[in-house]
Design a protein around this ligand. Structure first.
Ligand code: B12
Ligand code: SF4
Length: 450
């Protein structure tokens, strides 16, 4: 939940593997018996290296806390049962806590952060066979010292600045066609990095703090080429941490999309900082379906503590600008962040009620370390239940709020109805079509017609 997403990160890494190597991409997402499928593919291909993309450590509240670590352990065990070739873990999930995950899952290697250059260097080191991995940035290994003690050895990060336009464009022909057939969503990245310093955020750990932009013309070319190849695409998600920073980059992409007559709706993450009417108008012209805005809290003191850099006044201004320009805004709030009280949670709920954005997503705070720390998980669970009870009392009053932890306007059945009606992309865009009983007659009629 909510959707399967194309493995864009793995596609980038794979596109950077030198042509002298043979490689295959196996997506277990749609397999009825994924581990059997993996076993069969490894046995047939006999790879010298098995690289595994670890995107999600946990499901982040969408259906209640559920971590994926045992699933990754099963994948690694299956690989080991049919080959002695080295295993490499990488991806957004892995990068959030690489040392802990190396200890826990024991792959031969791990690469955190951007994988393109590092993976290529690792392949070179493995080909040389001299056991010298010192030149591979962000490489993690479990090593044993002279006294037999184990520790995780991590190489320093790369210092060089990666020119994103020098990277090969992901080859979507490798994507399992069921992604596009079933979900009709494409993903595109326009830049990497976020220079803001929100205190809970893992995004700069994955992508870095330095913002590196791609050439807008190439981005728009990539979108049109992908659409020409997969005409079933009905939505594009811009996967940038924050699309509108810097605004000049976002504006130029919108201008080019509008000039070239882009028709497919798209969504992006946006920030109240530096959001102005010109950008909102350009987004509208470029067929933006809406923005997901991390408003996070309805309490200024909490925004300050989180080092968000904006205030409630900025959130109000952004909401008003979106409404005036006709861009749907979905404000996301995180309830119960570390140090928050139940009164703070109540204040956030009141703020959102008063703001009345097009849609709101109420998330309950999850800590990634809960997947490794049972005591922390137990403590957090109690507070989460109190927050959920508070939300339960309010849920009926706000038909355009999504409360994933309670399944309010967010459940598999509703998703099924929307997808059957041909609706792609984030569910909140269609929230005005969803009746109080969450299965409005209009939606049912569209599903039947489709
Ligand atoms: C955009 C996004 C979404 C969009 C995706 C839309 C779409 N159509 O693609 C939406 C909103 C749907 C979404 C949903 C979810 N997301 Co999300 N999402 C992101 C985000 C912002 C960008 C992901 C992305 O595509 N990046 C672009 C690609 C190119 O980068 P990449 O995947 O990181 O790959 C690079 C490296 O990681 C590495 N790499 C990748 N794979 C491999 C493999 C190997 C072997 C190697 C060596 C390297 C390597 O190299 C790649 C290129 O440099 C990240 C945060 C971030 N800034 O990274 C979170 C993030 C990936 N999401 C996360 C989560 C948890 C989820 C959800 C489970 C729940 C939720 N509440 O959001 C769902 C799961 C969806 C699914 N089916 O998997 C977490 C995962 C880690 C964790 N904490 O568990 C992240 C990291 C955010 C966070 N909370 O910290 N997400
Ligand atoms: S603006 Fe968003 S991506 Fe950047 S640090 Fe803050 S929460 Fe993270």
């Amino acid at each position: 939940m909510p959707d399967a997403v194309i493995p864009l990160g793995l596609l980038y890494v794979q596109a950077s593997i030198p042509a002298r190597h043979q490689s295959e991409l196996w997506d277990l997402c749609f397999e009825a018996a994924p581990l059997d499928h993996l076993w069969a593919r490894i046995t047939a291909f006999s790879p010298d290296v098995v690289a595994i993309g670890m995107r999600n450590i946990q499901n982040n509240d969408y259906t209640g806390y559920h971590d994926n670590l045992s699933w990754y352990a099963d994948i690694l065990a299956t690989v080991r049962s049919c080959t002695t070739s080295p295993t490499v873990l990488g991806g957004g999930g892995f990068s959030v806590m690489p040392a802990e995950l190396m200890q826990h899952l024991r792959p031969d290697f791990g690469i955190s952060g951007e994988g393109e250059a590092a993976f290529e260097l690792l392949l070179e080191a493995l080909e040389r066979g001299d056991g010298d991995f010192s030149g591979v940035p962000n490489l993690h290994r479990v090593v044993t010292d002279g006294l037999g003690r184990e520790r995780v050895h991590s190489n320093p990060a790369a210092v060089r600045f990666q020119d994103l336009d020098a990277l090969p464009v992901p080859d979507r022909r490798l994507v399992d066609p069921r992604h596009f057939a079933n979900y009709r969503i494409d993903s595109v990245q326009t830049k990497r990095g976020c220079s803001l310093k929100c205190d809970y955020c893992t995004y700069p750990t994955i992508e870095g703090r330095a913002v590196r932009r791609r050439d807008p013309a190439r981005i728009v070319d990539e979108m049109f080429e992908s659409l020409a190849r997969q005409p079933e695409i009905r939505h594009v998600f811009v996967v940038d941490s924050v699309f509108n920073l810097p605004p000049s980059h976002a504006k130029e992409i919108c201008r080019q999309l509008a000039a070239r007559g882009w028709q497919v709706p798209w969504t992006a993450y946006a920030n109240p900082l530096a959001f102005d009417r010109e950008l909102a108008d350009l987004m509208r012209q470029a067929n933006c379906a809406g923005l997901e805005i991390g408003a996070d809290s309805g309490v200024d003191a909490i925004l300050d503590r989180m080092r968000k850099g904006f205030s409630l006044a900025d959130v109000r201004k952004m909401d008003a600008t979106c409404k005036a320009a006709g861009v749907k805004d979905c404000m996301t709030f995180i309830l119960g962040t570390p140090g928050e009280t139940l009164d703070d949670v109540r204040a956030t709920i009141d703020f959102c009620t008063d703001l009345d954005p097009f849609a709101a997503i109420m998330m309950v705070w999850m800590d990634d370390y809960e997947s490794l720390d049972a005591a922390l998980a137990a403590e957090r669970r109690v507070f989460r239940e109190q927050i959920k009870e508070l939300m339960r009392q309010k849920a009926e009053e706000f038909p355009r709020w999504l409360i994933p932890a309670l399944g309010v306007n967010f459940d598999a059945r509703l998703f099924g109805l929307l997808r059957a009606a041909g609706k792609a992309g984030p569910l909140w865009q269609y929230i005005d079509m969803v009746g109080k009983d969450r299965r409005s007659a209009r939606l049912r009629r569209q599903a039947a017609a489709a």
